[in-house]
Design a protein around this ligand. Structure first.
Ligand SMILES: [Fe+2]
Length: 417
């Protein structure tokens, strides 16, 4: 009798063990097969900012749908069950993010939107609770002549703490410039693009801003490593007008308001980008031209190869402002033309807005072109407002103290005054 009971007990224990093992296995597999919740959600400009808006996110699934739902109005009033909901379907691709891990990469571009309109959206697979939390965005207003954007650089972190700081820098920037319409990031978003967790942190700790305000990224030396920018571009849905031979999304241009923005990739294909740049700048009629790139020709130090390749075109087309990264210190040039200091109406100003993350470099030697040059070892951000013929630039540190500012005026205004 006792032996009989013993067999039953052993059997029951075995059964429990088998169930527990099976459960553990499902749990281990689950991030790859069952958890489809969108993460690393970010919004971009891909086409006309007045009528379109693009989105990218990752899931832990390789085969879930890419759905976007948009309703007019604030998130508080949003009702995704109503009739006049806008529905979009995008593309799902996969990317390997480690030895065994495959992630779903979801990209979609909403079209047919109305200018100057507040919308609320959510993204997901459409199954059950897989929708993202609703977030708001506002399209560019028609005939915009007054707008503001935030400029940051080199968030370049690894740890959770690094990206907490990045998120806080962005929160401070939006606190100082609540009217900002989008963000320009001058490259080196994460330290190692192959470490997916750092991307999770990058988007996660700035979620409040990156789900609503387009983050327009420059490709830095930590974003394209040895010619490979696959992970970097997988995270964004950017204008598809790169130079021949450049990875789409690493080099592009777009318009907002009265400005033409040109994003160059200093990490590869510089010659072809020079041809592209000539064509791109010849084709714009926008009064303001802003260039963003990572390794700056006139940053903390001079980059001779960039000066040789691209600066003659900046001079020829009178680029107003060049936003640079890479140096992890603060610098601003005098207005420059042909490698010499000139008047504001004839020259181009080059800035590096220090880092928005945790890494600071020693201040390099002062050079002839430095009007402002320092290392304060505090994260910084700037707000750039273009209002008619006036551009106002203000750079702040992490404690919201303004450390530099200047105004650029279009000659047309000066001539008529
Ligand atoms: Fe950097």
């Amino acid at each position: 009798m006792l032996a009989h009971k013993g067999v039953w007990l052993l059997g029951a224990l075995l059964l429990v063990a088998v169930i527990a093992l099976a459960y553990i296995q499902t749990q281990q597999r689950s991030p790859l097969t069952t958890t489809n919740e969108p993460h690393s959600i970010v919004t971009n400009f891909k086409e006309d900012a007045k009528s379109t808006r693009s989105f990218t996110w990752y899931t832990n699934s390789s085969n879930s749908a890419t759905l976007l739902q948009i309703v007019k109005g604030t998130s508080r009033a949003a009702n995704f069950d109503e009739q006049d909901i806008l529905r979009f379907t995008g593309t799902t691709t996969t990317i390997k993010t480690g030895d065994k891990s495959i992630q779903g990469v979801h990209k979609v571009n909403a079209t047919g939107l109305e200018p100057g309109t507040r919308y609320t959206y959510r993204v997901g697979t459409g199954k059950g609770t897989d929708w993202s939390e609703p977030a708001e965005f506002v399209t560019e207003a028609a005939n915009t002549t007054d707008f503001t954007f935030i400029n940051v650089a080199d968030s370049q972190g690894i740890s959770k703490q690094d990206f907490e700081v990045w998120g806080q820098t962005l929160s401070k920037a939006f606190h100082t410039f609540p009217e900002a319409n989008f963000i320009v990031h001058n490259g080196d978003l994460v330290e190692d693009p192959e470490v997916e967790q750092s991307w999770d942190y990058f988007f996660g700790y700035a979620k409040k801003w990156l789900t609503s305000y387009p983050l327009m990224p420059v490709t830095g030396n930590h974003d394209e490593v040895e010619g490979n920018a696959a992970r970097f571009v997988s995270h964004f849905n950017l204008p598809d007008n790169a130079a021949k031979g450049s990875t789409p999304g690493t080099n592009y241009s777009f318009d907002y308001g009265t400005a033409h923005f040109v994003f160059l990739n200093t990490e590869s294909n510089k010659k072809k980008q020079k041809e592209w740049l000539l064509e791109d700048l010849s084709g714009t009629k926008q009064p303001w031209i802003i260039v963003a790139l990572h390794q700056g020709p006139y940053g903390g130090k001079q980059e001779d190869s960039i000066i040789k390749q691209w600066v003659p075109l900046f001079d020829q087309f009178k680029v107003d402002l060049v936003l640079q990264g890479h140096n992890h210190e603060y610098s601003r040039s005098y207005p420059l033309k042909d490698g010499q200091i000139t008047t504001q109406e004839n020259g181009t100003v080059y800035v590096v807005t220090n880092t928005s993350g945790n890494k600071f470099n020693d201040k390099k030697a002062d050079l002839f072109y430095h009007q402002v040059h320092f290392q304060n070892k505090k994260q910084m951000y700037s707000g750039i407002r273009i209002n008619g013929d006036t551009l106002t630039y203000e750079a702040y540190d992490f404690d919201d103290v303004m450390l530099d500012n200047f105004v650029l005026q279009k000659p047309s205004v000066q001539n008529t005054m």
